[in-house]
Design a protein around this ligand. Structure first.
Ligand code: C5P
Length: 222
């Protein structure tokens, strides 16, 4: 039996991975499956929250029951959807893998190879950092903001730096490994708090990590 400790709360979760188009058929993307974000949306709904799930390229995952799903493709679209939903949210959890860069230009027609010619280089420009933006400019006083970070080394030290840089309240730090994180049903993480707390979450189902995140969010919402 789950306690409805998020009843009366509105939470926003982003999930999946953005795709940044080069032309009508090609994009730069990443390996995020969206499973952790969907687990966050399901567990929040089970705990009584009204949930808006901003889903980037998560085809194949069923819409969680009772959750408002907004489908997006690119980082710019994800930003727009998150800002809109965050305006009246008690908490925002950015579980989506957002592309840091996008192609500077979009070719309206499919890019063709030219006989005997080298390809044009792809020029990238910076995408907005949505997590940093919503953390610096809170839509509501007391709004709790959670970020995710996948690190390969010096996980805790790099996580602490990222938490500070982003300005969020909690950062879920994953060590990226072979059986962990991308596409898997399992996850393992440490949740760092801006207040100096450090909560290890042992290897286990993505639901268990999701519930721990909501425990920490609920504590901070008071
Ligand atoms: O900087 P890095 O990509 O490692 O940060 C990861 C966290 O920041 C995730 O919570 C992700 O959703 C968020 N992010 C963002 N906008 C970006 C890049 C990442 O909100 N452009």
């Amino acid at each position: 039996v789950t306690e409805p400790d998020l009843k009366g709360r509105h939470v926003v979760v982003s999930a999946g991975g953005t795709r940044e188009p080069l032309d009508p058929v090609r994009f730069l993307g990443n390996r995020s499956s969206g499973k952790q974000g969907y687990a966050l949306a399901r567990t929040a709904a089970a705990r009584g929250a009204r949930v808006t799930l901003v889903a980037a390229n998560t085809t194949g995952l069923p819409d969680p029951a009772g959750v408002d799903v907004v489908q997006v493709g690119t980082a710019v679209q994800l930003r727009e959807a998150v800002l809109k939903a965050a305006a009246e949210a008690d908490a925002v959890v950015m579980a989506a893998a957002v592309a840091d860069f996008r192609p500077a230009t979009y070719a309206a027609g499919k890019i063709k190879k030219q006989d005997g010619q080298d390809p044009e280089p792809v020029v990238l420009i910076r995408n907005p950092d949505i997590l940093a933006e919503i953390s610096a400019d809170r839509a509501r006083p007391g709004q709790v903001i959670v970020g995710f970070a996948a690190e390969t080394d010096d996980v805790l030290a790099n996580g602490r730096k990222k938490l500070q840089r982003k300005g969020c309240d909690l950062l879920v730090v994953n060590e990226v490994g072979e059986r962990k994180t991308f596409g898997s049903e399992q996850n393992e993480a440490v949740v760092l708090g801006a207040d100096g707390t450090e909560t290890p979450v042992p290897y286990g189902p993505k639901e268990a990590l999701a519930d721990m995140v909501w425990d920490l969010v609920a504590e901070r919402l008071g």
